[in-house]
Design a protein around this ligand. Structure first.
Ligand SMILES: Nc1ncnc2c1ncn2[C@@H]1O[C@H](COP(=O)(O)OP(=O)(O)OP(=O)(O)O)[C@@H](O)[C@H]1O
Length: 631
């Protein structure tokens, strides 16, 4: 806290005297803990405390600081549920500067020196400093003051206790303001913009966090509207009201560990109850745990597809010469949708697929599929679809129990994957929450939630305020959604990025265009001119090859890089580099997109590319540089 040892001893003595005067008969443990808490008020924390030995059903202390609100009970509680309700009621309606509300799910709970009922974290006296950790700082001092002022009015019988360090005239007008502003700016430079969503939510977001659903629910809305933020808050809300494990999953391999680290910051007491894992890893682990290991070798599977293609090329090349198109057809339409007979394939509507197929042509595709399957069988190889199908079979045999299943980026999961998740969630009320945005689909092969037997009528929430992208960045990204028909994941019209409301003004965008030979210099210059710390920025590409090239060019220019593949959401001073597929769901203060222009592309690919561009551009909070390499 920047106090000398002498000043710190004085502060503690003052705090001790204050506590003894306020509660003369209190037992020593209580007094010591309170003293430790009150001493921190010299460093900007606020403490509201009461002591009532007859009613041990409420928190003794409300601690407010840069890391949010914590309700603390000293020496144990008789009734944790009542204490939670009391704390949530005390905080209900506390508003931020822009009309946001303090989310009930944002309150931390702790018992010091006593038994801790859920959701209270259990701390010993020696653990008390953990309540003041600054690595989770996300509120400004002004916000801390405002919250404490509200609580002071709300909490009857609680005393506002504070001490001052010698030489810190906290009430001298001007002085404090200057110190506060300096400190706020320092914190802001470290962690910009303030992640106030850890405590404050838009009233609509907050309503979605706590609403009760009597079936599967869906949150949709354009990029940056806080869908994941709401999902994480809801996860905490649900975890507090249930027992047993919860699952947070997504199709994107790199995302779960990032979300885990965010969740660990604001719900450390619950993080071990939630499994954060991508769907394929989850499926593999389930089969391993049941003694039925199911190794997938995507490369071997790809080789078998190429072999099958050589057999059927002549039959299909006149429809579409690119084998990747047919691989996707098998991956996303036939296997992704779990089609088992030709009759099913003949009947299926191939939403979003460019090449129209009559029954005779579908038969040719089916033959390609059958050959591919035969080759896989002969080699004992499996692809990812086989893994998901095997897990679905296994879950139908015996369902692992989860109190709730939350699925992020649901638009990219296959239909079979959705069926698996539905099966997994069972009929538990509030058991399944699907979060996604049709506009950000980066893989083709449409479905509706109802195709997977997931009815969400009346339980679909749409978020509309974009909190991530500053106005100019959003305007840039909006240009990519011109021709996109977007659905809300269930067939109805969805809300597009064009319709999203902007929450933050300003922002900066730049375009560059040049040849491959000019890229190294332009990219290095753009990185150096980016007015954000490198650790808060990312270079995003549309292919692995381009990502590798950019990483090499940056290293050669002496810039430290970290592959997005390896990023876990922790603080890291290196520039992140990766494809748009790995950047999904994440955001950075500054983003540099490198696009290798491909000239004319077929309509279906063009639409997919527009979506990928939209995803890439909306990863930038404040600064976006868009470089186009002309081949
Ligand atoms: N209530 C809020 N107050 C302030 N900032 C918010 C709020 N909600 C969300 N944000 C900010 O917006 C960013 C985007 O939120 P989030 O990642 O949840 O959006 P999303 O809808 O899941 O986005 P995408 O679909 O593009 O991945 C967050 O990192 C956070 O900084």
């Amino acid at each position: 806290m920047g106090l000398s040892a002498h000043a710190w001893r004085q502060v503690q003595r003052q705090a001790g005297e204050l506590v003894s005067r306020a509660w003369p008969g209190a037992d020593p443990v209580w007094r010591r803990v309170l003293t430790a808490l009150v001493a921190q008020t010299a460093d900007g924390w606020r403490v509201l405390a009461r002591r009532d030995t007859a009613r041990r059903d409420r928190a003794d202390v409300f601690l407010v600081g840069v890391n949010g609100v914590t309700a603390v009970a000293v020496g144990g509680l008789d009734d944790g549920t009542h204490a939670v309700r009391h704390a949530e009621e005390a905080c209900a309606g506390i508003r931020g500067a822009q009309g946001e509300v303090l989310a009930g799910s944002a309150i931390h709970y702790a018992v010091v020196a006593g038994d801790a009922p859920d959701p209270f974290a259990r701390l010993t006296e020696a653990d008390v400093p953990r309540l003041f950790r600054r690595d989770n700082a996300h509120l400004t001092r002004a916000q801390v003051k405002a919250i404490a002022a509200h609580l002071e009015r709300r909490l009857k019988g609680y005393k506002d206790l504070s001490v001052q360090a010698a030489g810190r005239a906290s009430d001298a007008p001007g002085l404090l303001e200057v110190a506060d502003v300096a400190e706020d700016q320092l914190a802001a430079a470290r962690q910009r913009p303030f992640e106030s969503w850890l405590t404050f939510l838009h009233p609509h977001q907050q309503a979605v966090v706590t609403r009760r659903y009597n079936g599967p629910a869906r949150i949709s809305g354009p990029a940056g509207t806080g869908k994941t933020v709401v999902a994480l808050h809801r996860l905490r809300h649900l975890a507090r009201r249930t027992t047993g494990p919860l699952l947070f999953t997504t199709f994107v391999r790199t995302l779960p560990r990032v979300h885990r680290s965010t969740f660990a910051r604001f719900a450390p007491e619950l993080v071990d109850r939630v499994e954060f894992t991508n769907l394929h890893s989850w499926a593999r682990d389930l089969l391993d745990a049941r003694g039925k290991p199911f190794p997938v070798d995507a490369r071997a599977a790809h080789t078998q597809f190429n072999r099958a293609w050589t057999v059927h090329r002549d039959a299909l090349a006149e429809l579409e010469p690119n084998p990747a198109y047919w691989h996707t057809e098998i991956d996303r339409v036939i296997k992704g949708r779990g089609l088992e007979t030709f009759e099913e394939y003949a009947a299926v509507v191939r939403k979003g697929r460019r090449v129209r197929l009559d029954v005779g042509q579908k038969r040719k595709v089916w033959q390609l599929y059958e050959t591919y399957q035969r080759f896989l069988r002969e080699r004992g190889a499996h692809d990812h679809n086989d893994l998901v199908a095997a897990a679905l079979h296994e879950v139908r045999e015996e369902r692992p129990r989860y109190a709730a299943v939350v699925v992020d980026e649901v638009q990219d999961i296959t239909l079979t994957g959705l069926r698996l998740l539905r099966e997994l969630a069972g009929d538990v009320p509030d058991g399944l929450l699907l979060v996604g945005d049709g506009q950000q689909q980066v893989y083709t092969g449409g479905w509706r939630l109802s195709d997977a037997g997931i009815p969400v009528q009346g339980r679909g929430e749409v978020l509309r305020v974009n909190y991530r992208n500053r106005e100019r960045v959003l305007a840039f990204a909006r240009d990519f959604d011109a021709d996109n028909a977007v659905d809300d994941l269930d067939g109805a019209a969805g809300v597009t990025l064009r319709e999203a409301e902007v929450a933050s003004p300003g922002g900066q965008t730049k375009r560059w265009s040049g040849t491959g030979a000019e890229l190294p210099e332009a990219l290095a210059k753009a990185v150096r001119e980016l007015p954000v710390p490198l650790g808060q920025a990312a270079v995003i590409t549309f292919s692995n090859t381009a990502a590798h090239t950019c990483a090499r060019l940056l290293r050669e220019a002496g810039i430290e890089v970290c592959a997005l593949e390896d990023f876990d959401g922790g603080s890291d001073h290196r520039l992140k580099v990766g494809t748009v597929h790995r950047a999904k769901g994440l955001d950075f203060q500054g983003v540099l997109v490198v696009e290798v222009s491909r000239g004319e592309v077929p309509a279906e690919q063009a639409e997919l590319l527009a979506r990928q561009r939209l995803v890439a551009a909306t990863r930038a909070r404040d600064h976006l540089w868009w470089g186009e390499v002309r081949e």
